[in-house]
Design a protein around this ligand. Structure first.
Ligand code: UD1
Length: 373
């Protein structure tokens, strides 16, 4: 009898992924929930990212289950992409009738799924809630604000995020400080992250190269800013090789710019899979980036990081990590680069970035589902 009741009572949790930074956040949550067998997991992939290098390889590297449904939305303007995800995700919700929708991060897939679930009166849990750059020219900031306003369960990576949410009037009992789930994935795969696995494509030596990523529209869409950042890379290449895996958006912009690498070389590569990229990050001398996730990974790994933006929604990586926000002015970036190489910041790791965030998230989700019975 107990078995039939548990089958009848079993709740359905629907997880949403779509873009590269989502996959490493959802993987440990699904893995943990699957091993507990107390609820049914449904995985929806919106297809916001669709290249092998931006999505396919991550499913394999991270052992993600095959999605129950691929929405196949692809690239488009923000409104069209968000609208396509909403229409297709609504159909999936009607078919699977989830008891809870779990969204992660701040991409268009996150906000689109949240809007749909909220209108169907399906509760939403947001993993990585409460981050704010206070820069509304960033599409992600709009996505964060809307998602957090509508979500029922707000799972935060750090105390500054809790404060942002309470300052916006979000009730305290919806907010749960769980730590950073992306770091669970970093620690899980770190033993596989050796430079040997990429030597055939990128021949660099331990702590003897800078790793660069750039994909924010504010940095790559304006040819003048992109040119300046390429010049910065060439200046750094005088002292150490620069490895630059190029995001598809950036690759399209680079096609219109003439660039000749000098010094010890700027090595341009395709975007890398999860473990290959972790190999590069964990053995780098320094990281320069406009990515949010990489600021966090560098902090957890104790690698110095310069953020090529004027702000960050992750200030904890500055106060309790290895990150410095330096903007894009070449002189400022190069001065900070020199200081960081000369005097690397001490390794610190923020509270609850301990590789066990998924367990805490699962505890909160299970408690929420029990209460909503
Ligand atoms: C998206 C997220 C951003 C995240 C980033 C990580 C939003 C608003 N932005 O930005 O928060 O940091 O992903 O990569 O959700 N393209 C391909 N193949 C792909 C994916 C994209 O060629 O698999 C090209 C397309 O030309 C597309 C462009 O890259 O137009 C930009 O992709 P898009 O998903 O619109 O935004 P991202 O810049 O990747």
């Amino acid at each position: 009898m107990a078995t039939s009741c548990s089958l009848v009572c079993m709740k359905t949790i629907m997880h949403v992924v779509g873009a590269r930074p989502n996959f490493m956040k959802i993987a440990p949550i699904i893995e943990g929930l699957n091993s507990r067998k107390s609820s049914r997991q449904i995985l929806i992939n919106t297809g916001q990212h669709y290249d092998e290098s931006m999505a396919g390889s991550f499913f394999r590297d991270l052992d993600l289950p095959r999605p129950d449904r691929d929405l196949g939305v692809g690239s488009a303007s923000h409104a069209v992409q968000t609208g396509r995800i909403m229409a297709a995700f609504e159909e999936a919700c009607v078919e699977y009738r989830p008891d809870l929708v779990v969204v992660v991060g701040d991409v268009n897939s996150t906000v689109a799924a949240t809007l749909v679930a909220a209108k169907l009166v399906i509760p939403v849990a947001h993993v990585e809630a409460g981050l704010r750059s206070r820069d509304r020219t960033m599409p992600e900031e709009i996505n964060r604000i809307v998602t957090d306003r509508l979500a029922d369960v707000l799972l935060t990576p750090s105390r500054d995020a809790d404060k942002n949410l309470t300052d916006e009037g979000i009730p305290r009992d919806r907010i749960h400080l769980v730590g950073n789930v992306m770091i669970d994935t970093v620690f899980k795969y770190l033993p596989l992250a050796s430079l040997d696995r990429i030597q055939d494509r990128i021949a660099v030596q331990e702590r003897d190269y800078a790793l660069v990523t750039l994909h924010r529209p504010s940095n790559v869409d304006d040819p003048k800013t992109l040119r300046q950042l390429l010049d910065v890379m060439n200046a750094i290449a005088v002292t150490m090789p620069v490895v630059f895996p190029v995001h598809p958006r950036t690759r399209a912009r680079l096609a219109n710019i003439e660039f000749r690498s000098n010094g010890r070389g700027v090595i341009l590569t395709q975007p890398l899979g999860y473990v290959d990229f972790l190999s590069l990050t964990s053995h780098a001398r320094i990281v320069l980036t406009d990515s949010g996730g990489l600021q966090e990974e560098a902090t957890a790994l104790g690698i110095p990081c310069l953020t090529l933006r004027e702000n960050t929604e992750r200030p904890i990586t500055v106060t309790d990590g290895t990150n410095r926000v330096v903007g894009t002015d070449p002189q400022r970036v190069l001065a900070a680069f020199g200081e960081c190489v000369e005097h690397p910041p001490p390794r610190k790791c923020p509270e609850l970035w301990d590789g066990r965030a998924a367990g805490r998230i699962i505890g909160v989700l299970e408690q929420f589902l029990r209460r909503s019975t």
